[in-house]
Design a protein around this ligand. Structure first.
Ligand code: SF4
Length: 397
């Protein structure tokens, strides 16, 4: 059985094609591409791991030592693969964000003695009821008292999620399953998120029923991935996340867009794709203008026919046939009268037949409804005349 993780499943949910590139085709990107937001997150995680390793050994470092570790680590690991998407910011802006996160965290939690560190970056492997495995790494597992665990997770994202979102979060709840299987005597497990940019701690809990539901939902997510793998069905899903996708330059949604950006003006003009799209755009715009002209001529012809009481109007080689149709219209679904119409239909036991309030169908079949219903609905009905103009080649007489 394959082993999954929250991030692997999220990759599939966010974009099946990225999942294929990453986990099925295992395409390596050189140099290893990483968005600066992810780089910032990794450096802050490293610094907090370093801090708590010292806390564990009862040698809590000073804040300055923590910041010094962070700055040196940032410098040492920085590479050309780090990608800055928001060009209005520079590397130092992101580095400063991380330093502020760490400063606030240190001031908030120092001397870090409200719980005992059990482990840092601990791998958790959970066997689900269908036999599949889910793994993950807990940033920090802490113990309060004898049997109360806390699963801590550090976030450096620039947005603060609503409590509701955290109460249905999959990642830490899966870790809870693992912790409870490892320590069945645990009395309580708290899920704790540190949203470092906001110096904010958010918490959530899961009871046994919620964990059971989570397990079933996770099995469902795994089944969806397996079905896609079996059918080799991995469609691209365009979203904000494309900006940080390491496969943008091979993705069918972006490959051409990115490749022509690198061309000179002359090369750009000669590109086959660019030429075809420009031609299509030009033709579409001409077609739209022609369609509008055609509608105006048809309208003029129907006016001419009405005024002169004609049904056929002749030209050189073609004849136009104009027919006038009368149809009944009822108010559209969005109209305020909808509720009144619904009530009439419900009382007549006809609501099921028109439950989507298909005004066009109802208008078409109005004449077939029982007389009392017709009478009640008739005040909402109006008659509309439309003209149909068709063109046919003249036949030789
Ligand atoms: S660029 Fe966007 S659509 Fe393409 S693979 Fe990446 S995430 Fe998916």
């Amino acid at each position: 059985m394959a082993t999954y993780s929250h991030s692997k499943l999220s990759t599939f949910e966010n974009c099946p094609l990225r999942y294929r590139y990453k986990y099925v085709d295992r395409i390596k990107v050189e140099p290893e591409a990483i968005g600066i937001e992810a780089y910032l997150g990794s450096r802050v995680h490293d610094a907090l791991e370093w801090l708590y390793n010292h806390v564990k050994m009862s040698s809590t470092p000073e804040k300055e030592a923590l910041l010094d570790y962070y700055a040196k680590d940032w410098e040492k690991k920085w590479g050309e693969g780090v990608k800055i998407v928001h060009k209005e910011y520079e590397e130092k802006d992101y580095r400063n964000v991380g330093a502020t996160c760490l400063t606030d965290y240190y001031d908030h939690y120092s001397p870090f003695n409200d719980s005992t560190v059990v482990s840092l970056e601990q791998r958790i492997l959970v066997k689900l009821s269908d036999g599949s495995f889910v793994q993950g790494y807990i940033d920090r597992l802490a113990l309060k008292g004898a049997a109360e665990f806390e699963i801590h997770d550090y976030k450096t994202s620039g947005s603060l999620p609503a409590q509701e979102k955290l109460d249905s979060d999959r990642q830490l709840a899966l870790y809870q399953l693992g912790v409870q299987k490892q320590w069945p005597d645990s009395k309580k497990v708290d899920l704790v998120w540190h949203y470092l940019r906001f110096n904010k701690e958010l918490r959530s809990n899961r009871d046994a029923r919620q964990l059971e539901q989570l397990e079933q939902k996770t099995i469902g997510a795994i089944r969806a991935v397996e079905a896609a793998e079996k059918e080799n069905d991995f469609n691209p899903k365009k979203s904000e996340l494309c900006q940080w996708c390491e496969y943008q330059n091979i993705c069918p949604l972006w490959k051409h867009v990115l490749s022509v950006e690198l061309l000179s003006v002359n090369e750009y003009k000669k590109d086959g794709g660019v030429k075809l799209v420009n031609e299509l755009a030009q033709l579409s715009s001409e077609k739209k203008a022609l369609d509008e002209r055609l509608d105006r001529v048809k309208e003029a012809l129907s006016d001419y026919a009405r005024k002169n009481n004609l049904e056929v109007i002749t030209g050189n080689d073609y004849q136009a046939k104009v027919s006038f149709l009368e149809s009944i219209k009822l108010p559209a679904k969005s109209s305020p009268q909808t509720l009144e119409i619904r009530s009439i239909l419900e009382k007549a036991g006809l609501w099921d037949d028109y439950c989507c309030l298909d005004a066009a169908k109802l208008a078409r079949e109005l004449g077939e409804l029982p007389k009392p219903v017709q009478q009640k609905l008739s005040k909402y009905a109006s008659t509309e005349e439309s003209a149909r103009v068709t063109l046919a080649k003249k036949r030789d007489e």
